[in-house]
Each structure stands twice: as structure tokens, then as C-alpha cells.
Ligand binder design. Sequence first.
Ligand code: ADP
Ligand code: MG
Length: 583
Amino acid sequence: MMRRGGLILFLALVAAVPLFPAFYLTMGSYIGLYSMAALGLVLLTGVAGLTSFGQAAFMGLGAYTTAVLTTKLACSPWLTLLIALALTLAVACLLGAITLRMGGHYLPLATISWGISLYFLFGTIPALGGSSGITDIKPLNLFGLELRGEGFYYYLIWAVCLASLWVTGNLLDSREGRAIRALKGGVSMPEAFGAGGLRLKNIVFVYSALLACLAGWLYAHMQRFVNPSPFGLNQGIEFLFMITIGGSFSVWGAIIGATVITLLKTVLQGILPTLISHTGNYEIIVFGVIIVAVLQCMRGGIWELIERFLPPKADKPIGQASELPARVQPPRGAPLLRVEEVRKEFGGLVAVKNVSFQVAAGEIVGLIGPNGAGKSTMFNLISGELPRTSGAVLLAGEAISGLKPAQIARRGLSRTFQHVKLMPGMSVLENVMLGAYLRTDDGVFAAGLRLNRASDARVAAEAAHQLRRVGLADSIYAQAGNLSLGQQRIVEIARALCADPLLLLLDEPAAGLRFQEKQELAKLLNELRDQGLSVLIVEHDMEFLMNLVDRIVVMEFGQKLAEGLPQEIRANPEVLEAYLGGI
Ligand code: ADP
Ligand code: MG
């Protein structure tokens, strides 16, 4: 109720601004424009973890495209809107294809360089008016009527801004949105569930650029004049300030940040030069100090502070929904996974030396060995995380070696991670829903316009079913980060089950668990096997496996040392020698 009240108050404030003196109307319009560009950055930088300094350049692309085409070629502004969006789409796809593969600090550096390049391009091409820019841009028109009033632009900008906010919020609460939110922890987790990391990054990048372009187009027709200075690197940095101060994890952070920075800048630009008795952009120093304070004290910005005073969001009830389509599971005992002479060399080191083994349907097989034996490498060769040097891996008769993790996930392999990879700020249910990424196919458009309700309800029902299956029915709405490590590992298993796998791959699921948690995990895996699930467990805790698995494969120094029933392995002197150091 309080959240809804806050929203109504906010909308009333937006609607009432034109009643105040003209100065506030102009400020309000700028805040709306900057909010849109910042909203793109929230998604790109705050949510997906891709830092970009080049957001203002895309705003410039939108502004300059319409400025040139409406003044030089007398195009209709509505047509130039489409052209500007198409051009931004093309440029963003191209830049994204070149730069999004880069990890670490290379991406921010690349965004700085394209931000600067586009800025200089605007300033040096004679047709773009050089540093003095382009004047006499036509106002927007509707049915031959020119729309000049400042109030009109204010309301138009805010209508577009609020619509963008709604679409972005919807997108984040969808199949693609959950995968985008998972990107922050690296691409390996979303890819394990079939969501290609590079594709997601490109989607976010293009979406964010389009929002900036839209803001730029509105800006040009509101101002009716453009020059390069508002689209430079400084503005790109200011957008980053906005989301950091406002809150980079929430769409509301964009609006709060844009409001605070724009108002503060105006106030400081008035006060500081008089205080210091020198003219200059001293407000940047104040922003810098505030940023450091915000990063130190509240990473989630002002929105995080506000959220503390708001009641928690109501849990979305899980309704009745038809079941998602499921795979046909192979009959118990049928060959499921075949690892044939697989070899992996890291330079001169042979981590896996021509190892072969099989897993049949309905069986739990343990892959054990001392530290450094090559178990994790073997696991990554099966899941596609590492390319093999030679050999073959077949799942249900189909070769999967050479395929990417997302393609292997599509063929029915599902996994958990040795170091738990959950999204700690999201609910347990949402985390598990990500597992069903490949079982529905709603795209970005459907999600943005909320046309995905029915299939999302089916995914939620499936996730809730898997959580009940693993015994976590009471924690559906808990924040994943608040659960114990043992429970988090079980959430990972539920997420993997949500993908409806043929084979479940578990990497050291008992690592770090207390004795009782281990026993509960073993009980759960036993139950799942009874329900027909096939599992390959990589583990070095032999005791944990002994009463659980059907067969054991032992590795040492990259080779297969032994294979057999648990009691055979336990009695095998070679294994004891390798494992217990000859005790
Ligand atoms: P385990 O999981 O059984 O403890 P690993 O598969 O992690 O063993 O490692 C097997 C061997 O391969 C070790 O000697 C390890 O140092 C080496 N190794 C693993 N990953 C890499 C890598 N990415 N580059 C180079 N060497 C690696
Ligand atoms: Mg390992």
C-alpha cells in the first residue's frame, strides 16, 4: 500500500511540475531526458555489470541524426526517429560485437574511446556544424500542427520516460531479465542454463543505447539546436554518477540520480564560484566526494536508503499453471553419458589422460580422486566449459564434445557449481526459475510489453514444484543470499532440476557442508535417483559417496585408476594408496 502511495505521489509530482515557475519546467524536462539515458546505464552497468562511459555519445547520435535530417533534408521528425533508432541499433551492434567480448577494464576503456571518437566526429564534420552545432531544428509536428510549447515537451519527455521505466522493469522481471541479472556473476552460470552470455550482453547494450538515442532525439527537438558539448565524455561520466548516487540496481535509481545530480549541479554552479571567487566546474569535486561516500556506505545508492523505509514487496502468489513440456527420459539402464578417451593438455601439463567411462540412465556415478587428480577438468570437459584436446563425449548417443555450454545444456545436461553461483539479492524462487530458461521462449519484446505473463507463471509453478521436491518449500520467497551454504547448494540442485535434465552434474556438492547437511544432501540425492534421475558427482569426500552412489570412477594424476562398485573401490589397495597416501 505504501509503495503504491509513493508511486502515486511521484506521478502527481511529475504531473504538477508545470504549475511551478518556468525554471522548474525546464529542469523537469532535462531530468526526464537524463533519467532515460541513466535508465539504460542502470541495466547495462548496475544490473549486468558492464561499465560504459559512452552513453552520452549514443544520445548525441540520436540528437545529431534528427538535427541533420530535419534541417538539411527536410525529413519529418517522426521519420528521423525511426532512422535514428535504426542507426543506433546498427552502431551499437557493431560496437558491441567488437567490444563486449573484452573482459575486465578493457570494456570501460573501449567505451571511453568510442565516446571520445563520436564526440570529435560531431565536432569536426563540417556538415554537422563543427563546434557551434546545428541550429533551427524543426519542432515536432502532429497533423501539420507545430508543437512548440515547453509544457508539451515536458509531458512528452515524461510520458516516454515513464513508459521506458515500465518496459525496463518488465524486462528485468522476465526470462531474459533473470539471465541478464545473472551476468554480473560472470557468464558461466547463465550459459550453463542455455543463456548465451555474449548475446545477453549485446541485448542489454543495444537496449541501453536505444534509450539514450530516444532521449537525444527528444532533446534535439526540445532545444531546437544541438552542439557536441552535451554528448562528450564528461556527460558520460555524469550519467555514471547519476546511477551510482541514485542506485544502480534499480530502475528508480536512474530517476533519483538524474534528479539529484541535475538539481545539485544547478545549485552548486550558483554557489561554489562565489564561495571560491573563481569560475570553474567545481561541482565535479563535490560529486567526486559524494560518490566515494556512497560507494563506502551504501552501494545501492539513495534508492537503497528509501527501500529500507518501504515495506517489503508483496510475494507474487504462485497460481495454477499448466506444466511445462518435459523431455522423454531414457529407460533405466540405457547408456546416457559416454566419455571416450578424453584428453586435456594445458600447455605441457596433461590434466586428463585419455579417460573413458560411462553413466547409465537412472544411475548415480561418483568421480573421485585426490586434489589435482583432474576431476574438475573432466567435469568442465563434459559441460563444455573447457575445450578438449582429443577424445569424445556423447550424451544420449549425440556427440556433445566441441559444443558450447549453452548448447550442451540444450541437449539435456544440467549442473551445479563447486563455488555456489546464486544471485544473492534475488529470491530463491527467481534463482530457480532461471533454470527453466530453455523451456520457454519469450523474447525481449514480449517481456517488455508484459506479454509473457502466462509462460512466466508456468515457470514459477515449475520452480516452486522443484523447490518442494528438494524440501525447500518454506524458503521459496527467502533471499537466496540469506540461506546457509547447505541450503544454497540445494537451491542449485533445484535450479538444475528446473531445466528438466537428462543428466545432472554435481561438482563437489558436499564441500563445506556440516555432517548433518551432508546426510540430508545424500538423502535427497537418493530420493532423486529413486525418481529416475541420472547423476554424475565429482567429489573428494569418499565417505559421503560410499552409501550413495551405484558406481565409482577413481582418477589420479589425470588417469583413470579404478572403476567399480563402492565396496570394490573401498577394498582396492591401489585406490587406498592413492587416496590415503598409503595409510
Ligand atoms: P581436481 O579437481 O581433481 O582437484 P583439477 O582438474 O582442478 O583437479 O586439476 C588437475 C590438474 O590440472 C592440476 O595439476 C591443475 O593444476 C591443472 N589445471 C587445472 N586447470 C588448469 C588451467 N586452467 N590451466 C593450467 N593447469 C590447470
Ligand atoms: Mg576440483
